[in-house]
Design a protein around this ligand. Structure first.
Ligand code: SF4
Length: 472
């Protein structure tokens, strides 16, 4: 039996292209695969589920909103006030949902993590005027900063198949999570690691079931993309990505001699960690120079496209309380690296050797975008109006970084969102992924030990508890 359509997935209107830092497409089913999966679960259970816009929300009783990244809040907020009024309940979830404190006004209910195990019960309760309760669900008027709230986990990857309208492909869930657990990684600290087909090979294999990093390169089939996530050995050790300088140099030498599919490799990196200094830039430059010198002069020249992202202290990770750098890091990596490589000619070039060249990719988040991001993850109830007014201001999103920063500095003490927090002051202190507060604090203290005078202090072991099946 199919019920009449009472449920809709909210689709924001197409954005204005000039909106800096906002997503450039309205709704991409592959990007919002979580809500598409919930839609399919509900349809399979007999519910009618459609799509709605700001103008049509009032035709439905339940509206599902997907937030897959911190900056997506702004688009949602910009339109939320213009929604047609009606007798509907708004449910917000998605991979980017962490802090909810400044957004309580915008929804009736927030859901952390994977909801496919209980979405039917949650919707059914909303339709019958009741309240479904779980530690992964928060009704806005019952929110308590102390929580505890917990990201719901899947116990097996989703076994069905989704059809993605945008690129006409079918989506099947692969392995979930990552056992490496770099300390900054929201994904790995909020997703219990699951193998798609555990029965086939038993153990979760760190070398296969993680993002490709310099620790896991298969030199017979080198990837197009890899990650180092720290300029120096000290920083990489500190965040639990133990790529030594020797491994980096050897890796670059072997890569130069390998059958790389393209003549360049994209290397993701993070800049702006606490205590980072010129010494760390110098160390990366000297590794590249050493690798280049060790390559045979006969190897074809290859390129490193360095994509640097500013460090973000993500909620529910061991680094949630850390400070972020309050300066514009966009486009600065090449300038700093070339001081130590002594080569690189243009604005973005930072190295030109016999076997390798280096280029900084342009996508680094600027200071204003970083500030807007931290406003969503560290904002409090009192920031709701500021977030609303930023969201609906076209002039703000069109302005330069300097103008946006001047606006934010005059509107609030924006620097405080970049500072180091105490756990008890953190708006997300009650929202947990795989680790509890005690575990997060111990992991954080290990991070600072390795940043300081114990760069090779051993990693604290962490084994997440197996998740309970999520049922209503
Ligand atoms: S290797 Fe990648 S996916 Fe895995 S924990 Fe580290 S950053 Fe996250």
């Amino acid at each position: 039996m199919t019920f009449p359509v009472p449920i809709a997935v909210y689709v924001p209107s197409l954005p204005r292209e000039e909106h800096k830092g906002m997503y450039s497409r309205s709704f991409v089913s592959q990007k919002h695969v979580g809500v598409e999966l919930l839609k399919k679960v509900l349809v399979d259970a007999g519910y009618g589920v459609g799509y709605c816009s700001a103008a049509t929300v009032n035709r439905f009783r339940v509206i599902l909103v997907s937030i897959t990244g911190a900056m997506e809040w702004y688009r949602f907020l910009a339109e939320r006030e213009k929604w047609a009024t009606g007798n509907y309940k708004v449910f917000v979830g998605g991979a980017g949902l962490t802090n909810i404190e400044p957004f309580l006004w915008a929804a009736d209910c927030f859901v952390w993590g994977r909801a496919e195990g209980f979405i039917g019960d949650l919707i059914e309760s909303a339709l019958s005027g009741k309240r479904y309760r779980s530690e992964s669900v928060c009704w806005s008027d019952e929110y308590d900063r102390a929580g505890p709230y917990r990201f719901a986990q899947a116990t097996v990857p989703y076994s069905g198949e989704l059809y993605c309208e945008d690129d006409k492909t079918r989506w099947r869930e692969a392995d979930v999570g990552c056992r490496r657990k770099c300390l900054f990684c929201l994904y790995s600290w909020t997703h219990y690691p699951l193998l798609h087909n555990a029965a086939s090979d038993g153990q979760y294999d760190l070398n296969r079931h993680t993002e490709s990093t310099f620790l896991t390169i298969d030199f017979a089939r080198p990837p197009r993309i890899t990650a180092i996530d720290g300029l120096s050995e000290r920083l990489r050790m500190a965040v639990r990505k133990p790529i030594t300088n020797a491994a980096l140099v050897n890796g670059l030498v072997r890569l130069a001699e390998s059958p790389m599919p393209r003549k360049r490799i994209k290397v993701f990196n993070i800049v702006g960690y606490p205590t980072e200094s010129e010494v760390d830039y110098e160390e990366l430059a000297s590794c590249i120079k050493e690798a280049d010198a060790r390559c045979s002069p006969s190897t074809a020249r290859r390129g490193i496209e360095l994509a640097c992202m500013p460090f973000v202290p993500e909620p529910s990770t061991p680094l949630a309380c850390c400070q972020a750098t309050y300066s514009d890091l966009r486009g600065k990596t090449a300038l700093r690296l070339k001081r130590y490589t002594g080569s690189g000619h243009g604005r973005w070039d930072w190295f030109s050797g016999q076997a390798w060249w280096g280029l900084e990719m342009h996508g680094t988040l600027g200071l204003a975008s970083q500030a807007c991001r931290l406003l969503t993850t560290r904002g409090e109830t009192g920031d709701a109006d500021l977030l609303r007014s930023i969201a609906r201001s076209e002039a703000f999103w069109k302005a330069s970084t300097a103008v946006r920063m001047a606006t934010l500095e005059s509107a609030c003490n924006i620097k405080r969102y970049f500072q180091r927090y105490r756990w008890e002051d953190l708006p997300t202190r009650g929202i947990f992924g795989l680790a509890n507060q005690r575990q997060l604090e111990l992991l954080e203290s290990g991070f600072y030990r390795r940043l300081g005078d114990m760069p090779h202090a051993p990693f604290r072991k962490f084994k997440p508890e197996e998740p309970e099946p999520c049922h209503g």
